[in-house]
Design a protein around this ligand. Sequence first.
Ligand code: FE2
Ligand code: FE2
Length: 222
Amino acid sequence: MKKLPRKARSRMGKPDRVSAHEDRRRPRFSRELSVLYEDDAVVVLDKPAGLLAVPIDNLQMAFNGESNAHHRYVAFAKKADDEGYGEVASLFRAAARAEEIHASNHSAVIRKLGAEPKATIEAPAVASTRENLQVAISGETYERDQMYPAFISEAKASKNSEAIRTFTYALKTEAEHARLYSEALKNLDKLRGKSRTYYVCGVCGALAAAVSIPGVAELNQP
Ligand SMILES: [Fe+2]
Ligand SMILES: [Fe+2]
């Protein structure tokens, strides 16, 4: 067995505990594990052989984001209907369902790790449909270009295949949302009084327009 450095040995016998509310730089775990040694680069945990310790902060952050996005898009859909943009309302409603599927996928992985999914739902700030589309594009772009790529890298480092899968499903869908919202914003003046049917995949949240796929729900009803 490899010898621990002097500092490590000096800390042995005074085990610390990892809990869900400690320093954010320290990974969070789905159960309490004793910390035998810790410095700026290394954490030595007393854990059973075979137990893969996986940080769940990213999953909780993603669950919170998807849950709020769902509520935000439902509110944006209602506003789009009120302003007569039926097709944009359909798009917001379909995206809201996709975000709900992402939240549900993330929550399943969180529960598998032994934790409870937690979201703080904030009241959505609803403006005009044009402004709401801009807000939606900026949120989707952040998730597509920064948040999910970083979360996928960290999930790969943790070798958590279920986290990789749920983050990848979301990443691909957010890229599509960003594209569809950008198109809607560009053509907004032409979309008054129109409506459209979108289909949402119940597994990954992917959207499809005007195609019939068995087992995929149609979402164009207010
Ligand atoms: Fe999403
Ligand atoms: Fe999205």
